[in-house]
Design a protein. Structure first.
Lengths: 63, 775
């Protein structure tokens, strides 16, 4: 995952920080702490994190 | 679905091999032979002992009923049955650790009396004792073994069995159990006082012994209100082996009585419905036996491999889904049934959602199954049910449905009669993938067709198969209606169809539409001078699964290739049975590894390059690195790569469709196509590696450009300061796409892109001005 200090919300010009974000897929949902702009709420998911999200997707598809 | 579930009652996969059916002990032969096949004697011995109880005695005395039923013993196969007894004797001889297993299970409250310490009584007693029932044996004489003493004379007919051997075997196998044996105790009446404490009695008094009136009864007799009395073994005239087997079976019957209160004699089924593939029945010589009837240790593996393992496995051999998942049809049916059963997803298992979506619908299953079980149509109906129940994961088919929508859209679909022709006698139906994959296949063919048939119209759109595979029956019906209306608009022409799958779909859902395959039409109109000529290299025609049963089409394609000088060699399997190339059922998103497995399996069938007549087959094989051409390459000329065409990406496939329509409108109708205005206006540079990655992940370049544009216009982007790039995401349809990009000149350069199906909730909130929503 990218280092926190290098990720800046271009709109609000503030560093991203870890905060809960809700995800949903196929009537299942969960929440997870990911990097998010404390001002506008925009999130950042790295490709590594998305790879893990894809594993969760597979689990939900098989449920 | 019921009619599909019903057919599984005829599945013979669980039918046992002939030898196992005829064996009094029903030894699990496939398990035993698998173990001997790897010289795992100790393990094989355990399998054998679990079945026969006293291996040393059975190995000596067994009259080998299995041999009479072994297909290898049949005349047609050379009369050389598998030496199962030889293998069993060898296992008994070579096993080092014969110590019986002690089962640490709780003691049971029921008690059983065994009258007679012959082989049948001892087997019954040991089985019950191992399950921790209280067992006592009453023996009139002062020794164990009953009539074994009369036959165990050490002679070859007794398998060399001597009293020393069987007594040692009794001692070995009984050592873990504490069974009181009352020698010199003759029971004269089952109602006598000391019998009252037992819940079951097994009378195994041997040949000519006292039967206490039990033999005249059909069912076990109940005395003292709840003591069930069974009789069996040599008392009923059985030989030693049958008596021993009956003792084992009787233990099971007694246990059933203890557990359920129902007393019945055990059933002994000696039949099987198993069938053997006749092609396996070749003569292979069996091994030599030594004096003791054993096989040499070095021959054990070979003899085990000679066994045909007679179980029905046609589906596993031919059906890719069964072989890939390792699931037998009955399990598949159970999983499908559980998945489609009504109920909340959270509280019930839905194990087959993915399984239902990986059938390629090649239709091979009922052709190869002796019971003609049609899993193909079961899966198709299951998909429709999943869709109806709102349980279908949209991701499995979304990409293909969007592709279909594009193919049927203004930028791709072309439905026309030639200029000046009101009604077409014929119309070319190329299918939606041909022009995407190789536009010249469509334009070159149409040019030729128009020369041969001036009224030849064109109906370039999707036949509706993708929505059928997605289980969306309503949308499929709408697609068919729309297709009918297009066909009527052209003057109800006879369709000249290039894609075998389209032919099947139209034949099934538009039965009044007349059609002919493109290839048969070409032959019918006198053929043509092929642009490509074959050489010395042998090729194989790969018949697409949709051509199954269409002998005329299959022959025509071969004729066309042969006329062009191609030397053809038949594919070993595919020549008669048409399996899928992996495209069918659009399975590659539901299970990419399975799609690769199928492609690989088809490719490996022959080293010859393939000639196909389905563009999806050609593309599948090219994607797997196999040299492949379409029959249209032979007729109209290939792209110069000689069977190694570079496949277009998903993005290029869309462009191909648009370019094809544009070029055809210009050439055949002298019209300029009004191109749809693009949603995007920014410049985004995408390098070849990124293009390949986008293609692998089914991401279109237009979508990615739209995301960058969205980031730039809304300002919603993250600066990755260390890398001097920006990252952002945007949801298009169901999918969320992520981009990483940098500014370059007056545009941008794509650094990375990825996507996910998961929705980031409250995106709308964050997309606009921040509101006080507590996450």
């Amino acid at each position: 995952m990218e280092k926190e200090s290098t990720l800046i919300c271009d709109k609000c010009k503030v560093n991203l920080s870890l905060a809960d974000v809700h995800f949903s897929y196929l009537d299942h949902n969960f929440r997870h702490k990911v990097l998010r702009c404390p001002e506008c709420g925009q999130v950042y998911l790295s490709e590594e994190l998305v790879a893990r999200i894809k594993e969760v997707e597979t689990t939900f598809e098989d449920k | 679905m019921e009619k599909y579930y019903e057919q599984f009652k005829n599945c013979i996969q669980k039918e046992v091999p002939f030898c196992q059916a005829s064996c009094p002990f029903h030894i699990e032969i496939t398990d035993f032979i698998e173990k001997t096949g790897r010289n795992a004697y100790d393990a094989a011995y355990k399998t054998y002992r679990n079945a026969v109880t006293f291996p040393a005695i059975v190995a000596a005395l067994c009259p080998e009923p299995c041999k009479k039923n072994c297909p290898r013993g049949k005349e047609a196969c050379g009369g050389n049955a598998i030496e199962l007894l030889g293998l069993e004797r060898t296992v008994v001889k070579l096993t080092e650790n014969k110590e019986p297993v002690y089962y640490n299970v709780p003691k049971k409250k029921h008690r059983a009396a065994i009258i007679g310490a012959g082989i049948s009584g001892l087997a019954c007693a040991l089985r019950l004792a191992a399950k921790k029932y209280d067992v006592e044996i009453f023996e009139a004489s002062g020794r164990l073994g009953g009539h074994l003493w009369e036959i165990a004379d050490g002679s070859p007919s007794a398998g060399g069995l001597t009293p020393e051997v069987f007594l040692a075997e009794f001692e070995l196998q009984l050592k873990q159990e504490d069974i009181p044996i009352h020698f010199n105790t003759k029971v004269t009446n089952l109602l006598q006082k000391d019998m009252e404490r037992f819940d079951a009695i097994y009378v195994a008094t041997g040949k000519g012994g006292h039967d206490f009136g039990l033999l005249k009864e059909e069912a076990p007799l109940t005395i003292n209100k709840n003591t069930a009395c069974f009789a069996g073994g040599s008392l009923t005239g059985k030989d030693a082996i049958e008596a021993l087997a009956e003792g084992i079976n009787m233990a099971t019957a007694i246990e059933v009585y203890f557990k359920t209160g129902k007393s019945a004699y055990p059933e002994d089924k000696r039949t099987t419905k198993v069938q053997v593939d006749p092609s396996k029945l070749t003569f292979i010589k069996g091994p030599a036996l030594d004096e003791a009837g054993c096989i040499k240790a070095e021959d054990v593996k070979e003899e085990s491999e000679r066994c045909l393992r007679c179980q029905c496995d046609s589906c596993r051999i031919y059906c890719d889904l069964v072989s890939f998942t390792g699931k037998w049809p009955l399990r598949i049916k159970d999983e499908v049934q559980a998945t489609l059963h009504d109920g909340q997803a959270d509280v019930k298992a839905q194990p087959a959602k993915r399984l239902i979506n990986i059938c390629t619908h090649c239709g091979l299953c009922d052709d190869v199954c002796p019971a003609e079980i049609d899993m193909d149509n079961m899966f198709l109906e299951a998909r429709a049910n999943l869709h109806r129940l709102n349980k279908m994961p949209w991701a499995f088919h979304d990409f293909w449905l969007r592709d279909m929508a594009f193919a049927d859209g203004e930028q791709s679909a072309l439905i026309r009669t030639p200029t000046g022709v009101g009604k077409s006698e014929y119309a070319f139906f190329p299918g939606c993938q041909m022009g995407a994959s190789e536009p010249r296949y469509v334009s070159d063919t149409y040019r030729w067709l128009l020369c041969k048939e001036p009224s030849m119209g064109i109906l370039l759109k999707c036949c509706g198969t993708p929505v059928k595979w997605a289980g969306d029956t309503k949308k499929h019906a709408d697609t068919i209606d729309s297709l009918r209306s297009d066909w009527e608009g052209l003057g109800k022409p006879k369709l000249v169809i290039a894609c075998p799958s389209c032919m099947n779909n139209i034949s099934e859902f538009l039965p009044d539409v007349e059609f002919i395959s493109l290839y048969e039409f070409i032959e019918e109109r006198g053929g043509m001078i092929p642009a490509m000529r074959g050489g010395a290299e042998p090729w194989s025609v790969f018949d697409p699964c949709a051509s199954a049963g269409n002998d005329s089409l299959r022959k025509t394609v071969r004729d066309l290739a042969v006329k062009a000088g191609f030397k053809l060699e038949a594919l070993p399997v595919q020549e008669n049975l048409s399996a899928c190339c992996s495209y069918g059922g659009q399975v590659s998103i539901a299970n990419p590894a399975y799609a690769d497995y199928v492609i690989d399996k088809r490719i490996k069938e022959s080293n010859n390059p393939y000639i196909t007549y389905c563009v999806n087959c050609r593309d599948s094989f090219l994607s797997g690195g196999k040299k492949s051409i379409h029959i249209l390459d032979i007729l109209f000329g290939d792209d110069g790569t000689g069977g190694h065409a570079i496949l277009p990406t998903s993005t290029e496939r869309r462009r191909n469709r648009t370019e094809l329509k544009k070029a055809m409108l210009k050439e055949f109708w002298d019209e300029d196509m009004i191109e749809k205005e693009s949603k995007t206006y920014i410049k985004l540079k995408i390098g070849p590696d990124m293009k390949a990655k986008l293609d692998r992940e089914h991401i279109l370049e237009e979508e990615i450009t739209e995301v960058v544009q969205c980031c730039e216009t809304t300002g919603r982007k993250i600066e990755l300061a260390d890398k001097a790039t920006f990252s952002g995401y945007h949801r298009i349809g169901h999918m969320t796409y992520w981009v990483e990009y940098r500014c370059e000149g007056d545009g941008f350069e794509l650094v990375n892109a990825y996507s996910h199906r998961m929705k980031i909730d409250l995106e709308a909130v964050w997309n606009g001005k921040r509101v006080d929503t507590d996450m």
